[in-house]
Ligand binder design. Sequence first.
Ligand code: GLU
Length: 515
Amino acid sequence: MSSASFSSPVVPRLRVAPSPTGDPHVGTAYMALFNLAFARQQQGVFLLRVEDTDRTRFRADSEQQLYDTLSWLGLDWDEGPDRGGPFAPYRQSERLTTYQPYVEKLIAQGHAYHCWCSPERLSAMREEQQRSKSPVTGYDRLCYGMTREERATLPGFQETPVVRMLIPDEVPLTFTDLIRGTVQAPRPDDQVILKADGFPTYHLAVVVDDHEMGVTHVVRGEEWISSTPKHLLLYRWLGLTPPVFAHMPLLRNTDKSKISKRKNPAARLTWFRERGYLPEALVNFLALLAYPPAKDADGKDVEIFSLDEFSRDFDWSKVNPVGPIFDLGKLDWLNGMYVRDLSVEELTARLIPYLQADGLFGPSPSLGEVARLKSLAALIQPRLVTLADAPDQLRPFFVPDADLVVEDDARASLTAKNAPDPAGVLDAAIEALTALPDDENVDLGQVQGSWTHDRIEETLRAALVTGLGLKPKFAFGPLRVAVSGRRVSPPLFESMEVLGRGATLRRLQALRTTC
Ligand code: GLU
């Protein structure tokens, strides 16, 4: 048997490498998802590395937000700054001594050089290149080949140098991408790899860390295609084996522009949670961006699937490199599907934080409040789009009767053309419902005996449709306005059942006194 038969196959190691520069970007979750799907399928490892070398854009609270949002989405990592691992530390700012020998080696080999040009000189140089429409752009190599003393005699000198790569004329500009095949990138500039503040730039740190952390597949956004030749040069100069590269397409707005946090609230990952999207719906939505739906046995599209199902069938060749449109309408649809799939208990539990955020619930809602929410959750579940839509729909059921606000359009509907006299409708409803036996138990949100939506409906139909000869639309409109203050509300008779007999009659009477 040859020795190769004994060698164990390499376990794929993938990573997501966000920079903590503010609210996490939805693209971070997108990258995490595709990395994780493949890592899981291959029984590999998925690690989280915090790339915090840009100290000017660093935001201290951002790292925790990254953990919170990715955990919320169930995009769990095996190694990371918060959970350690064999290649710790996983925060680049804690790895400065790791990068140093690599920089020294590159300088010693002549592949990198010190540059003392001040930022002012560099921007003046760039302006001049633009003004003169110079065919040569990028750093003009003023410092290349100079000692510090030589350079110090020239203008635009700064004390602490940066280190730049010396990009050779024959730099290879093509590389193989797992998604795109052969990719052509533009010629790079003499990239800074070590900054004056002693921190490496992304380009050096990403190569060193991906190597040191045993990363086998670098799956990242397409904005890094143009950097890949620089990274491949670094791998070559340092004598390291490069990983496989896969550049995912950039997510685009409906007008095809790149999704940015400045222009689109949906670029912020925390927005989805605030807006009440279910994490499993968002993961499903992201999985469908640039990736085709699965097929069922009859060849029909299956658009709803779990992360496990996605991982099981995952295939790089199916990723479409054309920037997918980020269509929130599709997410709304998916979210609704997931909402309807929840048990009422689960939906109730998930709604509580949204009612708390809205102020409808305090920090510890009572059993009665939760029971009432559960009855209402069942009523709104068929049409609910996001969890954050719920508090407004449910407000009428959690305010004291005296505080119920009758909205202007609802009040106007009472006197609309062809509408019957609301006073007559309300009087008849009050009389009929007063006659329904009082055996409710409102406090526990439990309704027994006569005060059921069936009995309420039967009673009101008899009184208003049969008795007054009204069309149902006209008969029930004023009642809806009375109990909810709205023209649109959860189903009327069920709403009355949840409110209970006392509150229902009080609200009908309250509107009656204003008609
Ligand atoms: N820190 C980079 C970013 O946030 C990571 C790019 C990469 O995955 O290599 O975009």
